[in-house]
Design a binder for this molecule. Sequence first.
Ligand SMILES: [Zn+2]
Length: 86
Amino acid sequence: MRFWRRRRKLLVCRDAVALMTTYLDGSLEPRDRDRLEDHLAECPHCSEYLAQLRITIDALGHVEVEDLPDETVDDLVTLYRRWQSD
Ligand SMILES: [Zn+2]
């Protein structure tokens, strides 16, 4: 168990999800990439989602945010809310 003396600028899951497609595309700015990777290291939910997103993108053959159905994003937000309320 780690305790942070100083508050770090951690992403919330919703922000992490918003960055993921850009991250997988390789065009995320280094600063944002670092923040996202920090978040992924500490958040198993987002790590799992990133893995699923990667599979989805592999299936599509390319990375376009527009290709992700709104329902997918909505489902995810619902999932996260449930996790966070545990
Ligand atoms: Zn997360």
